[in-house]
Design a protein around this ligand. Sequence first.
Ligand code: GDP
Length: 172
Amino acid sequence: METHNLSSHELTLTVLMTPDMSNFSGKVHGGAILKKLDEVAYACASRYAGSYVVTLSVDQVIFKQPINVGELVTFLASINYAGTSSMEVGIKVVAENIQQRSVRHTNSCYFTMVAVNGEGRPQKVPELDITTPLQQLRFEKAQLRRKLRKQAMEEEDSATREYLRQNPESTR
Ligand code: GDP
């Protein structure tokens, strides 16, 4: 079997934005981009883990910059963090206007994916090999996001408990 030396923690996908992805004004639907982002996150995480993966959460998807039909969109994905069975996949989205030869960074987001076995139970992922200062920075920022996500969930739960304590008759 022929072997190629593909990086196991990074993945890039370029897609042409076709009219079926657009709304009435020729801009690409946020949902069409979200679907691609999820596919890219799946591909990057499952190849890294060598298993099936499921999406646990998505952070910081902000559609500030519209993307037009006819543009080439590149998704640059990388594993920023690997825990026991979870991974953070960061994705940078870049849109290219072919006629103007211009490129712009439209958004970045961070997916948390969990490796699962055939029965859907979490399974271990390989330890992340950090070799550059940029990888180290992204690893640390991913750890910080993980901590903040956990903290936000705990604070929300405690706000709900407090609401239920003050409004015991409420069924929400
Ligand atoms: P950062 O997270 O602060 O580095 O913010 P960026 O917007 O530059 O990138 C977002 C994420 O996209 C990063 O955390 C990486 O996971 C991924 N990424 C960025 N640039 C590249 C790249 O050149 N190649 C690949 N494969 N992934 C990238």
